[in-house]
Design a protein around this ligand. Structure first.
Ligand code: SF4
Length: 377
């Protein structure tokens, strides 16, 4: 389990290592076809800032070699905003006296139908707050059963589950799970996650292991940029990715670096801000480090940065997202989990991608693809 591996890593030592990297280390990493975590550290370090153009060229080359000129599109659907956790940076935390929604199965189906009117989406991400008593595995299983009628690629972003629960959901059509660690800084993790299930660092950090054991096709990882030093956090994530790839080599991996923005209404203020250049540097570094990993940008990011990065390393994007339960049809005015920065319609995003010379892909995976691959072996 990664909770044992992480004991070998020290937050402060990694931070020091990042800041000790030099231009020579960066040049060495850029010359390598296969980078180690040490090379990744050089590429995300301040020493790599003057090499941004060179990194962009390499990142684009590796992305086109592996993914062609494509961009996979997906849409999230929030099924609930009911949550038993108290993450200090999230409006859905348990102490916030707001109306809570858990979509009924009929409402859910209406949402699926409304999404199909927005574009030919085949990939959907079902998102819930973390409240297993009210929206647990049986609820998710039913949500997947209904979603199967409309979509071929079903992912969830919900509370971490047991291995057998992930396996059960794969029997209902699940093929991907996203679970962000938020931060790998174990010492400070509970400052942000003081109560509820999410306060258990080990349970969360081992969730991808349990997904791998259950044979989940695609595992999504991420750190929330804004909590701790982002360079150190993403280095831990790079270690985690390599560890998982060694253990569960048949699985596909995706990474995400959602950036928290300063709150305007006195809410939680990020401790660190990552600017656009730094986001680009991290994206290039990740692609140079791992040519195959799916790099995903959500609508938290602006059209400007999404369009600019679309040809340089990003391979998956959400479009026309609503971040409140039932936001497409049932409750279009409810409180959002986070504010969307790219409010273009799916058709507008699609048009822009085509102008950039990319082919939008609505369906990037189907269980039949795996069947064909196995038959061919
Ligand atoms: S981030 Fe997720 S787990 Fe935390 S309070 Fe918000 S919905 Fe709940």
């Amino acid at each position: 389990m990664f909770s044992e591996e992480i004991e070998k890593l020290t937050w402060n030592e990694i931070t020091e290592k990042i800041h000790s990297k030099t231009a020579t280390d960066v040049r060495r990493a850029l010359r390598k076809e296969h980078c180690t975590v040490e090379d990744f550290i050089a590429l995300i370090s301040p020493a790599a800032a003057p090499f941004l153009e060179e990194m962009a060229v390499l990142s684009q080359k590796y992305t086109q070699e592996r993914f062609g000129r494509t961009m996979s599109l997906f849409i999230p659907l929030y099924l609930t905003n009911s949550c038993a956790n108290s993450c200090v940076y999230c409006g859905f935390h348990i102490s916030n006296p707001m109306p809570r929604t858990i979509l009924t199965f009929e409402e859910m189906e209406n949402e699926y139908k409304a999404i199909k009117q927005l574009g030919p989406f085949e990939s959907i991400l079902l998102v819930t707050g973390e409240n297993p008593a009210k929206a647990g595995v049986p609820y998710l299983a039913k949500a997947l059963d209904i979603a199967k009628k409309y979509f071929s690629n079903l992912k969830i972003e919900v509370m971490p589950l047991k291995s057998e629960e992930y396996r059960e959901l794969t029997n209902h059509g699940l093929n991907g799970v996203i679970c962000f660690q938020e931060t790998y800084n174990k010492e400070r993790y509970n400052i942000y996650h003081p109560r509820g299930m999410k306060a258990n660092f080990e349970w969360r950090v081992n969730a991808p292991d349990r997904m791998g054991e259950a044979g989940v096709h695609s595992i999504g990882m991420g750190v929330l940029i804004g909590l701790e030093d982002w360079r150190t956090d993403v280095t831990f994530m790079a270690h985690h990715l390599r560890y998982l790839q060694r253990q569960y080599w048949k699985t596909k991996y995706s990474v995400n670096f959602p950036r928290m923005r300063p709150a305007e209404n006195g809410g939680f203020q990020p401790n660190v801000i990552m600017n656009d250049k730094e986001l680009a540097q991290l994206t290039f570094a990740m692609r140079i480090f791992d040519h195959d990993v799916d790099i995903s940008y959500s609508t938290r990011e602006t059209p400007y940065i999404r369009d600019n990065m679309a040809t340089l390393g990003v391979t998956t994007m959400s479009a026309e997202s609503k971040t409140e339960p039932g936001g497409y049809f049932t409750y279009p005015q409810a409180l959002e989990q986070f504010e969307v920065s790219d409010s273009r319609t799916a058709a507008e995003v699609c048009r822009r991608l085509k102008e950039l010379g990319l082919e939008p892909v609505w369906k990037d995976w189907d269980s039949s693809f795996d069947l064909i691959a196995h038959t061919a072996l």
